[in-house]
Design a binder for this molecule. Structure first.
Ligand code: HEM
Ligand SMILES: [Cu+2]
Length: 587
């Protein structure tokens, strides 16, 4: 029987044990939980590759004159006498950025957690369209394969930055890259298709398949975040697809959308690219904001402060996200009046962002805080997002940005929001939901060691980038020691690289802990954190179809320390503890 039908026929579904063969259960699965875990494992694999590329970049910046360690292990032709060459350096940072953004953070947040959490947290048996869900994963795979394959074609992979500006990306004479640059476009077109399928499914599921009593304002903030993100993704990704398509036509069929030689406009690329990619940065942070909210409320044992304001702020951020793209282009020679409009709209985003930040602080204020590993990562998310958000406001000032654009200050900003924000949000989510996903616990002591090292080395890596950026060091630069005015920053570059190597090494602890806990972790019960939302009602891990019986929802997800019960939590599905006849709760 289909999953959609299962949602309405409760009793029958309890007897549906789902597919039994290995292939339909774990490989071509239509179960949202398996698909979520597939996305997660795949993103982790890409993270290893993306991290390795970053280490290479940092080696070059610290020791531009020295051969790479263990150079003999690299495939022939990549290095020149053990050294990274300028064209290869361009490929390293391009593929690092591309992989981390499109193959790690986006699939992890939306593909892995979006899939895993949405049906469970709204009280549904599965997504609205399980087959489409499976398809969105299996369309993502060829995108990944093509991106990986591009490392092995003549002249290697793309080298024009993750932003892929023409004419650099258009004409092979500038980068020395041929086919790799085209494969980059193809791979992203395909992965965009996968995103669109996924978001269509998420929106439909959240609108139509909420359990009885689960009104919109009783949804956990993770679900609000994933919902708003899916809408962003639906609206923005087709714009990227059109940009990629046009550039692909320029490169293969000789059209001239962007090619200046035939009357094309290189600036047009910047407009369409950022019209997607600014909303995309919110695709990369909103889900993490949702996860952090759930984790923080659970471990502060307090209702989230300003629940509705949190939901409205996310909508505000998403809406404003579509009218600020020009802040990436202040240097492109735009009319100052237009620049001012982009500057003002960008600064406005600080308002909903600040509302969220104050509400997180309001939530932990006088809470009965439990410093679990998930909570530590959630708190780090808030702290690091504040730093990244504040540097964003500096950069939003057009006159300031003219100086710091394309410097390491930007690199610092984007890593504070993407690693400090999105990655700590992902870590918080992994530590928090792991017991649900795998029915086993991750060791808290080891988790805290991983967190502490990550937090320290992360800040040692990225904070000094603000200084060298303000000191004038350009981003995407091959050898800073070639410039007299940068020589004084070289010791700091070495310091940053050493910190980055330690940061990378610290992630080995996480990987080992994750894999070990999947198989050998202590068994987890249904609700190890005493949390309220519906996923904790299901078994750990939940069976096919998730719930024995579809739960009925009586209240919002953040009723911690409610005076109505003796316990300090009050599950969404628990019948009211008030005597009959007492006034009903509003939400
Ligand atoms: C208060 C919030 C934020 C503001 C005001 C802001 C502002 C800006 C501005 C003005 C730039 C362009 C600077 C330049 O290139 O000269 C920029 C770049 C960037 N921002 Fe943000 N930002 C904010 C939050 C975020 C978030 C949440 C993310 C992602 C999770 C993000 C990711 C990025 C990235 C990746 C770039 C660099 C793009 C590139 O050139 O490669 N930002 N930001
Ligand atoms: Cu932006």
């Amino acid at each position: 029987m289909s999953h959609a039908a299962a949602a309405t026929h409760d009793h029958a579904a309890a007897h549906d044990h789902g597919p039994t063969s290995f292939w339909t259960k774990y490989i071509f699965s239509q179960d949202h939980k398996i698909i979520g875990i597939q996305f997660m494992l795949m993103s982790f694999l890409f993270m290893i590759l993306g991290g390795f590329l970053a280490m290479m970049v940092r080696w070059q910046l610290a020791y531009p004159d020295s051969a790479v360690p263990m150079a003999s292990l690299f495939p022939k032709g990549v290095l020149e006498e053990g050294h990274i060459t300028p064209p290869v350096y361009n490929q390293l940072f391009t593929m690092h950025g591309t992989i981390m953004i499109f193959f790690v953070i986006i699939p992890m947040l939306t593909g892995a957690f979006g899939n895993y959490l949405i049906p469970l947290m709204i009280g549904a048996r599965d997504m609205a369209f399980p087959k489409l869900n499976m398809l969105s994963y299996w369309v993502f795979i060829p995108a990944g394969i093509i991106m990986l394959y591009s490392f092995f074609v003549p002249q290697g992979p793309a080298a024009a930055g993750w932003t892929n500006y023409p004419p650099l990306s258009y004409d092979p004479q500038w980068t020395g890259v041929g086919k790799g640059q085209t494969l980059w476009l193809v791979a992203l077109l395909i992965s965009g298709t996968s995103s669109i399928m996924g978001s269509l499914n998420y929106i439909t599921t959240i609108v139509n398949m909420r359990a009885p009593g689960m009104s919109f304002f009783r949804l956990p903030l993770s679900i609000w975040a994933l919902f708003v993100t899916a809408i962003l993704q639906m609206m923005a990704t087709p714009v990227l697809a059109s940009a990629l398509g046009m550039l692909l036509l320029d490169k293969t069929l000789g059209t001239h959308f962007f090619a200046p030689t035939g009357g094309g406009q290189v600036i047009l690329w910047q407009h369409v690219f950022w019209f997607y990619s600014h909303p995309a940065v919110y695709i990369m942070i909103l889900p993490a904001m949702g996860f952090a909210s759930d984790v923080i409320a659970t471990f502060a044992r307090k209702p989230i402060f300003g629940y509705k304001a949190m939901a409205y702020s996310m909508m505000g951020i998403a809406g404003l996200g579509f009218i600020v793209w020009g802040h990436h282009m202040f240097q492109s020679g735009m009319n100052p009046t237009l620049g001012t409009a982009f500057m003002m709209s960008t600064m406005l985003i600080a308002v909903p962002s600040a509302i969220k930040t104050f509400n997180w602080l309001g939530t932990i204020w006088r809470g009965n805080i439990q410093f679990t590993t998930a909570m530590l990562n959630g708190l780090a998310f808030v702290a690091m997002f504040i730093i990244g958000g504040l540097s964003g406001i500096f950069m939003a000032n057009a006159p300031v940005d003219l100086y710091i654009h394309d410097t390491y200050f930007i690199v610092a900003h984007l890593h504070y929001v993407l690693f400090g924000g999105s990655m700590f949000g992902i870590f918080a989510a992994v530590y928090y939901w792991f017991p649900k996903m795998f029915g086993r616990r991750m060791n808290e002591a080891v988790g805290k060691i991983h967190f502490t090292l990550t937090f320290i080395f992360y800040n040692m890596t990225f904070f000094p980038m603000h200084f060298i950026g303000a000191g004038g060091m350009m981003r995407r630069i091959y050898d800073p020691t070639q410039y007299e005015f940068l020589k004084k920053w070289q010791p700091m570059n070495v310091f940053i690289s050493h910190s980055a190597f330690m940061l990378g090494a610290s992630q080995l602890i996480f990987m080992a802990l994750f894999v070990y806990s999947m198989f050998k972790g202590k068994k987890a019960d249904r609700n190890p954190w005493h949390a309220n939302s519906l996923e904790w009602v299901a078994d750990s891990p939940p069976p096919h179809g998730n719930f024995d019986q579809i739960p009925t929802v009586h209240r919002g997800p953040y009723e911690y320390s409610s005076p109505e019960t003796k316990e300090d939590y009050y599950p969404q599905n628990a019948p009211s503890a008030l005597p009959a006849g007492a006034p009903a709760r509003v939400h």
